[in-house]
Ligand binder design. Structure first.
Ligand code: AP5
Length: 214
């Protein structure tokens, strides 16, 4: 399966991508995760990306397209993949189309997760992550047993730089302006499936499987 996950920040793309990965044994390819790792490692792409990410803006297309082109050429992506957070602009979608047309591939479905803004802000502002193992928590819905400490490995929990309230609003604005046009773009291609992203994540996954004809 070659699947694209579309939706605003906090819509649950990462959460559903992990479930899809288990189901289809296809890698989750998250540009957000790859960029955060590049920033951590201090690579050239990381240095190009970090100020944009911190400000809640999109990283320039040429940086992200380069990263994706390289990642899709890896052997584990040959049979299928879950693209989480890419494409995010029409320019990126066209670049992806170019990569597919060269390799004779096509996307099976674009899943568009719909969640109201007020839910998104609450999901993101309350998110905490383990600084070591990456386990995710939420201050209201899935709080750690001991405040600020990971249940799994005992390391410190942190808040993503871009999960602060002022940056969340910026990310939502950027989504509406630069990414939402992809909904029409993929609708015209006939591959768009709308998913109600509110509710229990397992119930949402059932909708996802139904949309994929599973
Ligand atoms: P990225 O890491 O992709 O962030 P995002 O799209 O803003 O996505 P999130 O991880 O915040 O949300 P999500 O939809 O994956 O939801 P999740 O499942 O995690 O990108 C970060 C930055 O990198 C961008 O701002 C940009 O700068 C740069 N970037 C990345 N890709 C780029 C690209 N292609 N081009 C240019 N720049 C790019 O869930 C969020 C929270 O909600 C969690 O706490 C989760 O537990 C909770 N949750 C999930 N599902 C539910 C549910 N059903 N009910 C209640 N809570 C839920």
């Amino acid at each position: 399966m070659k699947i694209i996950l579309l939706g605003p920040p906090g819509a649950g793309k990462g959460t559903q991508a992990r479930l899809l990965t288990e189901k289809f044994q296809a890698p989750q390819i998250s540009t957000g995760d790859m960029l955060r790792e590049a920033v951590k490692q201090g690579t050239k792409s990381g240095l190009q990306a970090q100020e944009f990410m911190k400000a809640g803006q999109l990283v320039p297309d040429f940086v992200v397209i380069g990263i994706i082109e390289e990642r899709l050429a890896s052997s584990d992506a040959k049979r299928g993949f879950i693209l989480d957070g890419f494409p995010r602009t029409v320019e990126q979608a066209k670049a992806l189309e170019g990569m597919f047309s060269r390799s004779g591939e096509k996307v099976d479905a674009v899943l568009n997760f719909r969640v109201p803004d007020e839910d998104l802000v609450g999901r993101l502002a309350g998110r905490r992550l383990c600084s070591k193992c990456g386990a995710g928590y939420h201050l209201d819905f899935s709080a750690p047993k001991k405040e600020g400490v990971c249940d799994r490995c005992g390391s410190q929990l942190i808040q993503r730089d871009d999960d602060r309230e002022e940056t969340i609003q910026k990310r939502l604005d950027v989504y509406k302006k630069q990414t939402a046009p992809l909904i029409d773009y993929y609708n015209r291609e006939g591959v768009l499936k709308n998913i109600n992203g509110v509710g229990d994540f397992k119930e949402i996954f059932k909708q996802v499987l139904a949309a994929l004809g599973q």
